[in-house]
Design a protein around this ligand. Structure first.
Ligand code: URA
Length: 235
């Protein structure tokens, strides 16, 4: 059994205070009867809760894409810095969303959040080899030898061995890098191991998902079709 207002929050109907008002307004029914008491205990397994006539199913699976701006750390809490959670709108804060992997404070671009633990683990597991594509501006010019070294699997300056990756030079000081794992500062360290300092980094793609024209600092919810495709690329 759980409180009606908590059940509505978990279903994405709004924040706790918004949900209380919604319930008070008479928009919620339990087994067909209007219920205005937020503290009413319900059993989501056996009782039917509707909001404006539409059945709610408890906490639904959600995947959110954020175009992360620089200056935010990928963490749920931080004493010093702004966190990516601060970029989520209020009504999503009750949905138990967690960032999928991490982007550095200075890195921009595609960052996913989900409340589906199994999907989260698949997406960050190097074993599943979900490709992530980064656009980098860097000092120096990537050569054919750098491309080969990435393809063979780089050894970083501290001895860490990386999985084979792709380096695609776009011109002087610009490259696309595709990696299937997410080690700490991975792309910056891979480039540094070849003598190129990264000055700007943006993640543009993760598995089947592209950042597209989502404006910086904005979010969008993935459709069920996009989630299913994402699951396929991580199997
Ligand atoms: N690699 C990095 O170096 N930084 C990121 O934020 C992501 C990948």
């Amino acid at each position: 059994m759980e409180r009606l207002d908590k059940f509505l929050c978990d279903s994405g109907a709004g924040t706790r205070s918004q949900v209380k008002l919604i319930i008070k307004s008479g928009a919620v029914t339990v087994d067909g009867a209007v219920e205005r008491d937020s503290s009413r205990k319900i059993d989501p397994q056996t009782q039917e809760v509707c909001l404006r006539g539409e059945r709610l199913g408890g906490m639904r699976r959600m995947v959110i894409m954020l175009n992360k701006p620089e200056g935010y750390v990928t963490a749920t809490e931080d004493k010093q810095d702004k966190t990516v959670m601060e970029l989520l709108p209020q009504h999503l804060l009750t949905m138990d969303l967690k960032p999928v992997g991490r982007l550095d404070k200075a890195t921009e671009g595609l960052l996913l959040f989900t409340n589906d633990g199994a999907l989260l683990h698949r997406l960050i597991s190097p074993k599943k080899e979900v490709p992530k594509v980064y656009y980098a501006r860097h000092e120096g010019k990537a050569t054919g030898e750098d491309v080969d070294a990435f393809r063979e699997g780089l050894t970083l300056r501290d001895g860490t061995v990386c999985l084979p990756a792709t380096l695609e030079p776009l011109g002087a000081g610009e490259s696309l890098i595709t990696v299937c794992e997410g080690k700490y500062h991975q792309v910056r360290r891979m480039m540094a191991s070849r003598g190129m300092t990264v000055t700007y980094l943006e993640r543009r793609q993760e598995g089947s998902l592209e950042l597209g024209d989502l404006p910086r600092g904005q979010i969008r919810e993935l459709t069920e079709e996009e989630i299913i495709l994402l699951e396929k690329t991580s199997k």
